[in-house]
Design a protein around this ligand. Sequence first.
Ligand SMILES: O=c1ccn([C@H]2C[C@H](O)[C@@H](CO)O2)c(=O)[nH]1
Ligand SMILES: [Zn+2]
Length: 139
Amino acid sequence: MDKNKIERFDELLSAAKEAYQRAYAPYSQFHVGASALTMDGNIVNGCNVENASYGLTICAERNCISHAVVQGKQTFKFIMIYTEQDKLTPPCGACRQVIAEFFEQSALVVAVNHKNDQKIWTVQQLLPDAFTPKDLLDL
Ligand SMILES: O=c1ccn([C@H]2C[C@H](O)[C@@H](CO)O2)c(=O)[nH]1
Ligand SMILES: [Zn+2]
C-alpha cells in the first residue's frame, strides 16, 4: 500500500508512537497508539487504557477520537494505528463503529508497525453498510 496516500504520514506516525509509549496495558501487554488528522489540520492521538474489569478497556482508536472531540474536533481525514507487533493491527469492531460515526466512508485507516509495514483500508471496507448518524438524524 502507498503511504503517499496519507497526508502528513510522518507526523501521524510520530504522534501514534508517542501515544503508544503511554499505553496502559498491564493485562494484555498489547500496547497500541493511534493518531488522527482532523479536517482543520490538527493531529490528535490516543492509546489503549485497560482496566482490572477487562471489559472496560478502551482501545487506542476510540481514545484518540474522544480526545479529539474534547478538543472540539469532530471531523477527520485519516486515522493511524501503531503497534510493535509483527502483524499489523486492524481496528476492532467497536472501533470500526466509532470510526464510522466520525469519518467519511471513503476516509482512510492505516495500520503501521515497527517494521514500517503498512496496510490501508477505507472505512467502507472495514464496516460496509454502517449504521451511522444518517440513519438517526435528518441528514
Ligand atoms: O485495534 C486495536 C486492537 C486492540 N487494542 C487494544 C485493546 C486491548 O487493550 C489490547 C488487546 O486487545 O489492545 C487497541 O487498542 N486497538
Ligand atoms: Zn477497538
